[in-house]
Design a binder for this molecule. Sequence first.
Ligand code: CP3
Length: 338
Amino acid sequence: MPRFIRACKRQDVDKTPVWFMRQAGRYLPGYRKLRENYSLFELIRNPRLAAKVVEEPVHAFGFDAAIIFADIVLPLTTMGAEVSLKEKVGPVFSKPVRSRADVDRLVSGEPSKQLGFVYQQIGILKQSLPRVPLIGFSGAPFTLAAYLVEGGYSRNFESAKSFMYGNTEAWRKLMKMLTESIIDYVRAQVKAGVDAVQLFDSWVGSLSPADYSEFVEEYVSQILAEIDGVPRIYFGTCTAGLLDRFSKLEADVISVDWRVTISEAWRRLGHDKAIQGNLDPSALLGGKQISLRRSKEILDDADGRPGHIFGLGHGVLPETDPAVVGEVVDFVHHYELR
Ligand code: CP3
């Protein structure tokens, strides 16, 4: 069994597995070249080109897992949301959800029937990278709902939260629709052949533990419970205050960022969860020396305990020097576990 899957299951590994969010992206010359001729969504909708994008960093650096090339907002397009991607900003929604009527206008959507190009990409990658575990993914309901209500990225998510508090019934309807679409989507990915699923709840760290329990947790629980047969990774940022809540989720792996140490996160989560993380992507911008120093600290802190997947707390930044990425992967692979 590949070391990435073994680590998800907290089994012994020869070396700590390593992969990075956005390991395929703008820091790579091959990707930048493709983007001169294709928009992000054109690449995503083209299974052959998307598979090439996924393969480049795996071949270049020897990552232990690949992640499909898509975006968390993709399934929202099957629900009637109109989204465009603004360069260096992210998704922008032309008609943000601000009322019960706006929620009623959305449809549940069936990504399994509409996003065939994603499942074709998975089929290609299972043939072209037969020995590399492939991670499928979806956005998690809070993060997707937050985008829909805010209309784009927000620093504090005031609109999303005030909708959640003030229009609770509509909020619950929205979260339910998202939950159904997400389950349909990830199940189709599993059927197409992905070896693990990561649920991106990037902005969930903006919530208090009480809000998480009252307005979000049940939907995440339901999704995790309905993913069968492959390891489930739950990703968030700024989640140090929520780890006690996460310990109850049916996730196999919790992904944490650099604002908490691996050992502290494990204490809070309990040792029956695997942990993914948690180098600060900004460290890579600082060059080889600081990147390797921080990587060593993370590995020392994880202390060779089975169930650590080395990763970043967030995605690789476009300004990153690819050589530094290679150095970190090699360093992790040469680190002697006790
Ligand atoms: O990790 C990977 O390489 C897989 C591909 C992937 C993309 N988006 C492609 C993409 C993944 C896993 C995502 C997830 C995603 N998308 C998240 C969750 C993870 C996170 O970042 O917190 C979120 C919040 C989004 C929404 C999104 N899409 C944002 C905020 C942006 C702008 C980011 C930026 O750096 O400009 C995007 C655009 C996007 N999605 C890019 C890529 C490779 C940017 C590159 C491009 O424009 O070509």
